[in-house]
Write a protein that binds this ligand. Sequence first.
Ligand code: 9MR
Length: 451
Amino acid sequence: MRTLRSLRTGLSLAVLGTCVAALFTAPAVYAADPPLRDLAAAKGKVMGTAVTGSKLTGTYGDITAREFSALTPGNAMKWGSVEPTRGSFNWAEADQIVAFAEAHGQQVRGHTLVWHSQNPGWLTNGNWTPAELGGLMNDHIALEVGRYKGRLATWDVVNEPFNEDGTYRQTLWYNGLGADYIAQALTAARTADPSAKLYINDYNVEGVNAKSTALYNLVKSLKERGVPIDGVGLQAHLILGQVPSSMQQNIQRFADLGVDVAITELDIRMQLPSDRAKLTQQAADYKAVMNACLAVSRCAGVTVWGFTDSDSWIPSTFPGQGAATPYDENYAPKPAYHAIAESLGGGTTTPPPTDACTAAYSVTSEWNTGFTGQVRVSCSGAALSSWKVGWTFGAGQRITQAWNASCTQSGAAVICSNASYNGTVPDGGSVTFGFNGSWSGSNPVPVVALG
Ligand code: 9MR
């Protein structure tokens, strides 16, 4: 009896395994499209993302390495991060990001040396004479730029120096040193690393307006004075449907001054929840920004400020808003991702699904021999009353436990079906299930199919 039962189980699992491919409709396999970094390289552009060092493993690390040719530490290189206490330094996250980039053939954009925000308390609370303040600034630049000398492609030397009306922002630096702190900072950075491209970076300077004109006039006068300035960064923290129509013209006028331009912190936020219409508008907005950069040869490239909605500053700063990046919080590429690919000449192999339910697999944590994964089943323009998700593990991984679904594994083939309480996925909604698994050697993300 026992033999018979295990024989039966074995048989049905074998059938299940061989049928994984047949049972499910073909998944949308965007892997057939070249990654964004390759598409961008073919156009002579850099495609970058801001990153958080502690997240650079699992799916987050895989996507970072595969899709992007430049990394900007989102916070790790700011003064408050690297020298929280005077004379005591923490370079761990910054070093980690630079090492990751070098291991994956990526540029690094250093961010940022002289800013009014995210400075250590000892610096902002100090009562400095102008000479002391100038010394602190120069020493900080010499130390941090010197540490990575020859390894960073670019530095955002000065960040956000202007008010919206084009006057100088009253900061620690401006108040203590006058407007010339900018020239001093650039000069110190050039001395510390003659090969890095030196930028001034600001927000709300994407189109032609009072603030971008002030930046334009500053760059012009710095060039005339022979101060080292190689580029301007247009941050591009944009709002859905509000890409400035003069963006290309603005990029061009900076290029005509003889400096490079980079889109350094692109995200496009919307009121939550997102829906198909908003995501479609967002895709068009991303494409418009890409096209503005592509149209000007001195536009070096575009960096997104986090590539996934789970690593974006928007929800905590603008309550009720979010969904600002090209991947959703489960690492599924959004229409914005495909729009970027299309603007770079890709996206021709498989059109993105419009009316569909999809399944997205991600590794949420990983340790020596084990990992936790999750799959999100989401619908947009369609709905489900029950679901099955299947995949084939590529490197011997085994599921040890699952929740919110019942999973069976036969050889490399896994099939998970909804639990009694979560078969329904409404239009515009999603259901998530999780599992623990074992792995050794590598833990690649499989292509999942929804049936
Ligand atoms: O992404 C950064 C976020 O994690 C920080 O909390 C925030 C604090 O100001 O800074 C964010 O990055 C900023 C960048 O350094 C400069 N331009 C604006 C960005 C968004 O605030």
